[in-house]
Design a protein around this ligand. Structure first.
Ligand code: PLP
Length: 412
C-alpha cells in the first residue's frame, strides 16, 4: 500500500448554541434514538416503525393523507421529489418568488423542464393572494409552488385560499414548509395543499438528512399515472402508467409511495438511523402537542423581537407576516456584521446567521426553533448579542434587551 492511513482524533465538537436560521441543536432524545442499532428495511420491526412514522407525521402535518412519509435527503430532496414527480418537460409552473427559497423552487422546476411563470414579491414582503390568483387563472399551470416561511427573508407567505384556487384550475399546490413545520400552524388539509414538505433541522429539533412529505390522494393519483417501476424489479403485475416517466429515479414519488405501502417495493436502502431520529422528533411534537409547541415559538418570537427593539435595533421585513422562529435584524451602519458573528461564536459559543443575495452584509438572522426555542436560550442570545455589539463599539442601553424579553415572557 503506497498511501499510509491517516490518524485523526475522535469526533468531539465544541459546544455551540445554534441560534441562526437553522440548523438548530437536536433534542437529546432524538440523538439517543439515532444511536440505536440498524435494522434491515424490510424487517417487520422496521416496517412497523415506518408505519408509526407515517401516523406521527399525519398529526404533525394535520392531515389524513395516507401518503405521509420521509424522503431520504435534506429538505431540498423532498422539494425535488415533489416537483420532478409532478412536472414533466413543457408543463407550466407558477412560482411565488420573494426570497432565496422561491428562487430555489424556480431553479428546481427549470431543471424539470417546466415553463416557469413567476409571481414576484420584494424580499421582506409577501405576495397578495389576488396576484397569485390572477396568474393561476390565466395560466392554469400543472403546479403552483410557494414557500411558507422563507428563512432568507423571515416572511411567511399566506397559504389560505390557494388550495381552492388550485383545485378550480386543475393545478397542484406545492408548499415548502421546511423551516416552519411544528413551529407555525401548517394545517395541510384545511389549506387543501397537494404536497407539503419539511426538514428536521429547524422547528422539529432533529438533524438534517431526512425530509417529511405529505401528498394528497389527488396528487398521488396523478403521480401514479406516471409510474414506471425500475426494469430490474418488474414483474408480470407491474404495469407502467400511461403518463410520462418521472425524470429522476431516486426522487420518483411513485416508486417511493410503493416502497412506503404494503407492497414494500425494493427502492433505495432506507436510512434507518435517520428514520429513528425523525420518528422521535414527531413523537416529541405529539407529546408536547402542536398547540403548545406553536405557542412556545410565538412566545419566543415575541420576547426576541421585544428584546431586539429595546436594544435600539431595527427588524427587517413586514412584521405582519414575520415567521415566529427567526428574525432578521439590520446591521447598524458602519458595523462589520461578520466580526459580530465571530465574536458571538468564539466568545459566547453561539451561532447566529448571515444572509443571502440582496441582504448579504445588511442583516443578521437570529432564530429560536425546535429544541432551542426556550426562554433561557432567548435570554442568553440577547445578553451575548448586547455584549458583542458593545465590544464592537455600538452604544446600547445596558440590559434593555434581556429586560424587555423577560417582560414579554412574564406577560405571555
Ligand atoms: C425555506 C427553506 N427551504 C428549503 C431549504 C433547504 O433545506 P436543506 O438545506 O435541508 O436542503 C431551507 C434551508 O434553510 C429553507 O429554509
Amino acid at each position: 500500500m503506497s498511501i499510509s492511513p491517516p490518524a485523526f482524533h475522535d469526533i468531539d465538537p465544541p459546544q455551540r448554541l445554534l441560534m441562526g436560521p437553522g440548523p438548530a441543536n437536536a433534542h437529546p432524545r432524538v440523538l439517543r434514538a439515532m444511536s440505536a442499532q440498524l435494522l434491515g428495511q424490510f424487517d417487520p420491526e422496521f416496517t412497523e416503525y415506518m408505519n408509526e412514522t407515517m401516523a406521527l407525521y399525519r398529526y404533525v402535518f394535520q392531515t389524513r393523507n395516507q401518503w405521509t412519509f420521509l424522503i431520504d435527503g435534506t429538505a431540498r430532496s423532498a422539494i425535488e421529489a415533489s416537483l420532478v414527480s409532478l412536472l414533466a418537460p413543457g408543463d407550466d409552473a407558477v412560482i411565488v418568488n420573494a426570497g432565496r427559497f422561491g428562487h430555489l423552487l424556480i431553479e428546481i422546476a427549470e431543471r424539470c423542464g417546466a415553463t416557469i411563470h413567476t409571481v414576484e414579491g420584494e424580499w421582506g414582503t409577501v405576495v397578495p393572494y389576488e396576484r397569485i390568483a390572477e396568474a393561476v387563472a390565466r395560466i392554469k399551470p400543472r403546479v403552483l409552488a410557494t414557500v411558507f416561511g422563507d428563512t432568507s427573508t423571515t416572511m411567511a407567505q399566506p397559504i389560505a385560499g390557494l388550495g381552492e384556487l388550485c383545485k378550480a384550475h386543475g393545478t397542484y399546490l406545492y408548499v415548502d414548509a421546511t423551516a416552519t413545520l411544528s413551529g407555525m400552524a401548517i394545517p395541510v388539509d384545511e389549506w387543501g395543499a397537494d404536497i407539503v414538505t419539511a426538514g428536521l433541522q429547524k422547528c422539529l429539533g432533529g438533524p438534517a438528512g431526512v425530509a417529511p412529505i405529505t401528498i394528497s390522494d389527488r396528487a398521488a393519483a396523478y403521480i401514479f399515472s406516471r409510474r414506471h417501476v425500475e426494469r430490474g424489479l418488474l414483474t408480470a403485475e407491474t404495469a407502467a402508467g400511461a403518463g410520462q416517466r418521472i425524470a429522476s429515479n431516486y426522487f420518483d414519488l411513485a416508486m417511493l409511495m410503493d416502497y412506503w405501502s404494503d407492497k414494500r417495493l425494493n427502492h433505495h436502502t432506507e436510512g434507518t438511523t435517520l428514520l429513528y431520529g425523525a420518528r422521535e422528533c414527531a413523537r416529541l411534537v405529539a407529546e408536547e402537542t402542536l398547540e403548545r409547541r406553536i405557542a412556545r415559538h410565538q412566545q419566543a418570537s415575541d420576547a426576541m423581537v421585544s428584546g431586539l427593539k429595546a436594544m435600539g435595533l431595527r427588524l427587517f421585513g413586514d412584521p405582519a407576516h414575520k415567521m415566529t422562529n427567526v428574525c432578521a435584524i439590520y446591521i447598524p451602519e458602519g458595523l462589520d456584521g461578520e466580526r459580530v458573528r465571530t465574536r458571538m461564536r468564539v466568545q459566547f459559543g453561539i451561532e447566529i446567521g448571515t444572509a443571502f443575495g440582496p441582504l448579504r452584509g445588511k442583516v443578521w438572522r437570529i432564530g429560536s426553533m425546535g429544541y432551542n426555542c426556550s426562554q433561557p436560550n432567548v435570554l442568553h442570545v440577547l445578553g451575548a448579542f448586547e455584549a458583542a455589539l458593545r465590544a464592537e463599539g455600538v452604544k446600547l442601553p445596558s440590559g434593555a434587551g434581556v429586560d424587555a424579553a423577560l417582560h414579554a415572557y412574564a406577560k405571555a
